[in-house]
Design a binder for this molecule. Sequence first.
Ligand code: M6R
Length: 609
Amino acid sequence: MCGIVGYAGTRECGDILIDGLRRLEYRGYDSAGVAIHTTNGVERVRAEGKLANLERAFRDTPLHGTVGIGHTRWATHGRPSEANAHPHMVDGFVVVHNGIIENHMELRDELEAGGDRFESETDTEIIAHLVARERPKTDSLLEAVRNTMAQVRGSYAVVVMNADEPDLMVAARQASPLIVGLGDGENFAASDVPAIMMHTRDVVFMNDGDFAVIRRDSVEFSDTSGAPVTHTAKRILWDPVSAEKQGYKHFMLKEIHEQPDRIIDTMRGRVSLETNHVHFPDMALDDEVLSSVKRIIILACGTSYHAGMVGRYAIEKLARVPVEVDLASEFRYRDPVIGEGTLIVAISQSGETADTLAAVAEAKRRGAKAIAICNVIESTLTRVCEGTIYTHAGPEIGVASTKAFTTQLVALYLLAIWLAQERGTQEPAERIELLEGLRRIPGQIEKCIQDEARIREFARNYVDVHSFLFLGRGMQFPIALEGALKLKEISYIHAEGYAAGEMKHGPIALIDDDLPVVVVAPRNEHYEKVLSNLEEVKARGGRVIAVTSEPAGDVLRHADDVMTIPEVPELLQPLVTVIPLQLLSYCIADIKGTDIDQPRNLAKSVTVE
Ligand code: M6R
């Protein structure tokens, strides 16, 4: 969850490191630091809190040098504080780390028993102590790092420097992302591409078990045994501008507005206008495997899990394949049964979510084939799966997923249509109608987004409440869950999503005028039933915000506030009903003044368990 940047070149690296960290702040933002080789050895500046604090500290105590490392942290071991901020330094050995060292307690006990004194509560500091212990026994910093990493269990992306070896840094990767950027007379290490792409677009994605010695004029890769490894750099072609706010107050708002265009990107090249067939030219998984699928298990976390729940409806309805959806964090520990013909569909925006990666590994270990629905190109998930349907949502910076979700939905609809087409379970006319419906979705989302000012007006009435309930039936149940997740993560208001049919089995006891209920009730086969649920809430004095199809009709009589969606095919409704919920959460959080793009305690990619 932390962000790492390293630089070896000929330019002053302070600003390069801090600018890189700014672009990685989505990975963690509770403290940050940089360490630079200066004329006095290695010196560091660290600060608790947002990166702005580090920038201030660095302005007050600038460090000059051309080789350095930086880190932005999401605390796992030890609270956010300057002492726990990276880089950690022991006897001139300096370390930044992303991941978790699982055997840190026993290593720490052993090091303390040998006389080492620790300055922080982190697991990372152990690496610095171990490298300091190993270096005198070996010929090189690389060997010392290799011997150190052989002693630790867990996940890591690390970059290490030594005050006595000012022209190099050593990087290592195991189950946490790390890339090396190749420049002209300068080279980089980073957790993710945006950190370095203003300097170079030639990037090597390190594999698990890789080590790299990075100097200004060379990079050498090797494996755990010390054997050289050859990597070919990939050229990054996407546009850095999409990682900027472009005049919007928050990245989340920009990303909500981007959804129509990104959905077009998700569909691009996958739907033939001439034949109305779906195909995935970029997914390297042979048609035979996909068309012989007997059962699908969708694995994901958070918002991606909600997308998977919607996907289950679409795949089962169109392709008549049984689908299970499981939280990756649960699946990995429940001794799952993987029969013949089981296809795993792993969904992840980042492609780095630790639980999703572990769940896929578990399923593959038991013989399953896996495909990914993923946004981040070349992320770990895409490299462990047999094929990937990229969502092409572009960088999502706001911690709250919006465009990642709707593009995941579109990828799932396309997968469902494709499976139906290959298995012959859907009439061509129905497919054509559904594809036409999908093509109209961007315009319809655009229309929903135009309602923002009106939603903001009534959102004011809800900023002081302590709890919300979200209800939905069928495909709108996952949308209710997603609406509740969005609201709680950015506004800090407690919110619960519930299947509307379950209300009478418990949550109805909560209803009074202090618990607004958001009812997702577009016109569909469940409309009448959901309307009854809505009336049950009103009859008990509850306040209702309804999402329904226009014209709002009956709903207007019962709901306090109404958000409408245009008429869309029933199967595609989740793509539009989620938009007012995103806007409602955004407006409530914005009026409350919370830190919308970087909510407290969260990070964009959850690379630890
Ligand atoms: O990168 P992933 O899609 O695997 O992330 C999964 C969740 O951590 C993520 O969706 C999270 O729930 C979002 N912050 C929700 O907005």
